[in-house]
Write a protein that binds this ligand. Structure first.
Ligand code: ATP
Ligand code: MG
Length: 215
Protein backbone atom coordinates (compact mmCIF):
# COMPACT_ATOMS: atom_id res chain seq x y z
CA UNK A 1 0.00 0.00 0.00
CA UNK A 2 1.15 3.52 -0.78
CA UNK A 3 2.03 5.65 2.22
CA UNK A 4 0.60 9.01 3.19
CA UNK A 5 2.10 12.34 2.18
CA UNK A 6 1.31 15.37 4.35
CA UNK A 7 2.93 18.77 3.85
CA UNK A 8 3.07 21.78 6.18
CA UNK A 9 3.04 25.31 4.82
CA UNK A 10 2.75 28.85 6.07
CA UNK A 11 4.78 31.91 6.88
CA UNK A 12 7.99 31.91 8.84
CA UNK A 13 7.51 31.10 12.51
CA UNK A 14 3.95 29.88 11.92
CA UNK A 15 4.61 26.77 14.01
CA UNK A 16 5.29 24.16 11.32
CA UNK A 17 8.16 22.47 13.14
CA UNK A 18 6.22 22.39 16.42
CA UNK A 19 3.13 20.79 14.87
CA UNK A 20 5.07 18.35 12.66
CA UNK A 21 6.85 17.01 15.71
CA UNK A 22 3.47 16.39 17.43
CA UNK A 23 2.08 14.66 14.35
CA UNK A 24 5.19 12.50 13.89
CA UNK A 25 4.85 11.35 17.50
CA UNK A 26 1.13 10.62 17.06
CA UNK A 27 1.88 8.55 13.95
CA UNK A 28 4.50 6.57 15.87
CA UNK A 29 2.08 5.92 18.75
CA UNK A 30 -0.42 4.64 16.19
CA UNK A 31 2.19 2.14 15.00
CA UNK A 32 3.11 4.03 11.85
CA UNK A 33 6.48 4.94 10.51
CA UNK A 34 6.91 8.68 9.99
CA UNK A 35 9.63 10.21 7.86
CA UNK A 36 10.11 13.92 8.58
CA UNK A 37 11.87 16.06 6.00
CA UNK A 38 12.26 19.73 5.25
CA UNK A 39 12.53 21.91 2.21
CA UNK A 40 14.72 23.17 0.86
CA UNK A 41 17.00 20.45 2.15
CA UNK A 42 16.34 16.94 3.37
CA UNK A 43 19.33 15.49 1.48
CA UNK A 44 23.00 16.56 1.38
CA UNK A 45 22.46 18.13 -2.06
CA UNK A 46 19.29 19.80 -0.83
CA UNK A 47 20.99 21.19 2.27
CA UNK A 48 23.71 22.68 0.05
CA UNK A 49 21.01 24.33 -2.10
CA UNK A 50 19.32 25.51 1.12
CA UNK A 51 22.52 27.24 2.23
CA UNK A 52 22.64 29.11 -1.08
CA UNK A 53 18.98 30.11 -0.90
CA UNK A 54 18.67 31.17 2.72
CA UNK A 55 22.12 32.57 3.53
CA UNK A 56 21.62 36.27 4.28
CA UNK A 57 25.12 36.91 2.86
CA UNK A 58 23.76 36.12 -0.61
CA UNK A 59 21.52 39.18 -0.64
CA UNK A 60 19.39 39.40 -3.73
CA UNK A 61 19.10 36.34 -5.95
CA UNK A 62 17.48 36.86 -9.36
CA UNK A 63 13.83 35.77 -8.95
CA UNK A 64 14.02 33.18 -11.74
CA UNK A 65 17.20 31.71 -10.23
CA UNK A 66 15.34 31.45 -6.94
CA UNK A 67 12.42 29.84 -8.77
CA UNK A 68 14.73 27.14 -10.15
CA UNK A 69 16.75 26.53 -6.99
CA UNK A 70 13.88 25.65 -4.64
CA UNK A 71 12.43 23.10 -7.08
CA UNK A 72 15.95 21.75 -7.73
CA UNK A 73 16.13 20.75 -4.07
CA UNK A 74 12.54 19.49 -4.29
CA UNK A 75 13.19 17.31 -7.35
CA UNK A 76 16.11 15.60 -5.64
CA UNK A 77 14.24 15.13 -2.35
CA UNK A 78 11.18 13.75 -4.13
CA UNK A 79 13.17 11.20 -6.10
CA UNK A 80 15.64 10.21 -3.38
CA UNK A 81 13.50 10.27 -0.23
CA UNK A 82 9.79 10.98 -0.61
CA UNK A 83 8.78 8.57 -3.37
CA UNK A 84 10.78 5.63 -1.97
CA UNK A 85 9.27 6.23 1.49
CA UNK A 86 5.72 6.39 0.09
CA UNK A 87 6.35 3.26 -1.98
CA UNK A 88 7.43 1.54 1.24
CA UNK A 89 4.10 2.50 2.82
CA UNK A 90 5.55 5.10 5.19
CA UNK A 91 4.06 8.41 6.32
CA UNK A 92 6.01 11.37 4.95
CA UNK A 93 5.70 14.73 6.73
CA UNK A 94 7.35 17.47 4.74
CA UNK A 95 8.10 20.98 6.03
CA UNK A 96 7.24 23.02 2.89
CA UNK A 97 6.76 21.64 -0.62
CA UNK A 98 5.56 22.88 -4.01
CA UNK A 99 2.98 25.28 -2.52
CA UNK A 100 5.83 27.28 -0.96
CA UNK A 101 7.15 28.01 -4.44
CA UNK A 102 3.71 29.09 -5.60
CA UNK A 103 3.28 31.31 -2.53
CA UNK A 104 6.78 32.84 -2.34
CA UNK A 105 8.03 32.95 -5.94
CA UNK A 106 4.60 33.14 -7.57
CA UNK A 107 2.57 35.42 -5.30
CA UNK A 108 5.48 36.92 -3.30
CA UNK A 109 7.87 37.71 -6.18
CA UNK A 110 5.15 38.05 -8.78
CA UNK A 111 6.46 35.44 -11.23
CA UNK A 112 3.98 34.06 -13.76
CA UNK A 113 1.79 31.55 -11.93
CA UNK A 114 1.40 29.22 -14.91
CA UNK A 115 5.17 29.09 -15.34
CA UNK A 116 5.60 28.39 -11.61
CA UNK A 117 3.02 25.59 -11.89
CA UNK A 118 4.97 23.96 -14.74
CA UNK A 119 8.28 24.19 -12.87
CA UNK A 120 6.67 22.62 -9.81
CA UNK A 121 5.12 19.86 -11.87
CA UNK A 122 8.51 19.04 -13.41
CA UNK A 123 10.20 19.05 -9.99
CA UNK A 124 7.66 16.79 -8.30
CA UNK A 125 6.95 14.53 -11.27
CA UNK A 126 3.31 15.29 -10.51
CA UNK A 127 3.45 14.03 -6.92
CA UNK A 128 0.75 15.89 -4.96
CA UNK A 129 0.36 15.67 -1.15
CA UNK A 130 -2.64 13.84 0.28
CA UNK A 131 -3.10 16.74 2.68
CA UNK A 132 -1.50 20.18 2.98
CA UNK A 133 -1.86 22.10 6.21
CA UNK A 134 -1.28 25.85 5.96
CA UNK A 135 -0.57 27.40 9.35
CA UNK A 136 -1.76 30.96 9.12
CA UNK A 137 0.11 33.66 11.00
CA UNK A 138 0.28 37.45 10.96
CA UNK A 139 3.59 38.07 9.17
CA UNK A 140 4.85 40.35 11.94
CA UNK A 141 4.09 37.77 14.61
CA UNK A 142 5.65 34.98 12.56
CA UNK A 143 8.85 36.77 11.65
CA UNK A 144 9.29 37.71 15.31
CA UNK A 145 8.90 34.05 16.31
CA UNK A 146 11.09 32.65 13.54
CA UNK A 147 14.72 31.71 13.46
CA UNK A 148 16.89 31.71 16.48
CA UNK A 149 20.21 32.86 15.06
CA UNK A 150 18.74 35.78 13.12
CA UNK A 151 16.41 36.03 10.15
CA UNK A 152 17.32 34.12 6.98
CA UNK A 153 17.40 35.73 3.53
CA UNK A 154 13.65 35.41 2.91
CA UNK A 155 12.64 36.33 6.44
CA UNK A 156 14.39 39.66 5.78
CA UNK A 157 11.93 40.48 3.00
CA UNK A 158 9.50 43.37 3.44
CA UNK A 159 6.19 43.20 5.28
CA UNK A 160 4.46 43.67 1.89
CA UNK A 161 6.23 40.59 0.51
CA UNK A 162 5.08 38.49 3.47
CA UNK A 163 1.51 39.81 3.09
CA UNK A 164 1.52 38.71 -0.58
CA UNK A 165 2.78 35.27 0.48
CA UNK A 166 -0.01 35.00 3.04
CA UNK A 167 -2.62 36.03 0.46
CA UNK A 168 -1.04 33.51 -1.92
CA UNK A 169 -1.60 30.68 0.53
CA UNK A 170 -5.24 31.76 0.91
CA UNK A 171 -5.62 31.63 -2.90
CA UNK A 172 -3.94 28.21 -3.11
CA UNK A 173 -6.33 26.85 -0.46
CA UNK A 174 -9.35 28.37 -2.18
CA UNK A 175 -8.33 26.75 -5.48
CA UNK A 176 -7.86 23.27 -3.99
CA UNK A 177 -10.01 23.04 -0.85
CA UNK A 178 -10.06 19.24 -0.75
CA UNK A 179 -6.29 19.07 -0.30
CA UNK A 180 -5.22 22.39 1.23
CA UNK A 181 -6.56 23.44 4.62
CA UNK A 182 -5.75 26.68 6.41
CA UNK A 183 -5.52 26.46 10.19
CA UNK A 184 -5.87 29.81 11.99
CA UNK A 185 -3.32 30.91 14.57
CA UNK A 186 -4.10 29.85 18.12
CA UNK A 187 -2.46 28.28 21.14
CA UNK A 188 -0.22 25.32 20.25
CA UNK A 189 -2.77 22.79 21.57
CA UNK A 190 -5.70 24.46 19.77
CA UNK A 191 -3.82 24.32 16.48
CA UNK A 192 -2.86 20.71 17.22
CA UNK A 193 -6.50 19.69 17.83
CA UNK A 194 -7.44 21.10 14.44
CA UNK A 195 -4.55 19.28 12.76
CA UNK A 196 -5.65 15.99 14.35
CA UNK A 197 -9.16 16.62 13.01
CA UNK A 198 -7.79 17.18 9.49
CA UNK A 199 -5.09 14.49 9.43
CA UNK A 200 -6.96 11.66 11.18
CA UNK A 201 -9.20 10.72 8.22
CA UNK A 202 -6.27 10.81 5.80
CA UNK A 203 -4.14 8.57 8.04
CA UNK A 204 -7.13 6.33 8.73
CA UNK A 205 -7.18 5.43 5.04
CA UNK A 206 -3.71 3.95 5.61
CA UNK A 207 -4.94 2.05 8.67
CA UNK A 208 -3.46 4.46 11.24
CA UNK A 209 -5.64 5.76 14.08
CA UNK A 210 -3.96 8.72 15.70
CA UNK A 211 -4.85 10.18 19.08
CA UNK A 212 -4.58 13.86 19.97
CA UNK A 213 -2.34 13.61 23.02
CA UNK A 214 0.19 16.42 23.43
CA UNK A 215 3.37 15.06 24.91
N1 ATP B 1 0.64 28.34 18.12
C1 ATP B 1 1.69 29.01 18.59
N2 ATP B 1 1.53 30.11 19.36
C2 ATP B 1 2.59 30.78 19.85
N3 ATP B 1 3.88 30.42 19.64
C3 ATP B 1 4.11 29.33 18.90
C4 ATP B 1 3.03 28.57 18.33
N4 ATP B 1 3.57 27.54 17.64
C5 ATP B 1 4.90 27.65 17.75
N5 ATP B 1 5.24 28.71 18.52
C6 ATP B 1 6.59 29.20 18.85
O1 ATP B 1 6.99 30.03 17.76
C7 ATP B 1 8.36 29.74 17.39
C8 ATP B 1 8.41 29.22 15.96
O2 ATP B 1 7.75 27.95 15.90
P1 ATP B 1 8.21 26.82 14.86
O3 ATP B 1 9.69 26.70 14.83
O4 ATP B 1 7.39 25.62 15.14
O5 ATP B 1 7.69 27.52 13.52
P2 ATP B 1 8.12 27.24 12.02
O6 ATP B 1 6.91 27.52 11.20
O7 ATP B 1 8.72 25.90 11.91
O8 ATP B 1 9.19 28.37 11.85
P3 ATP B 1 10.39 28.50 10.79
O9 ATP B 1 9.80 29.29 9.68
O10 ATP B 1 11.42 29.27 11.57
O11 ATP B 1 10.82 27.12 10.41
C9 ATP B 1 8.86 28.74 18.42
O12 ATP B 1 9.51 29.48 19.43
C10 ATP B 1 7.60 28.08 18.94
O13 ATP B 1 7.75 27.61 20.25
MG1 MG C 1 10.52 25.31 11.11
Amino acid sequence: MRGVFITFEGGDGAGKTTQMRLLAEAVKRAGGDAVVVREPGGTPVGEAIRAVLLGPEHGRIAPVAELFLFPASRAHLTEEVIRPALDAGRVVLCDRYADSTTAYQGYGRGLDLEFVRRVNEAATGGLVPDLTIVLDVEPREGVAAASAGGPDRLERESAEFHERVRAGYAAIAAADPARVRVVPRGEVDEVWREIVRLAAPVLERAGLRIDGAVR
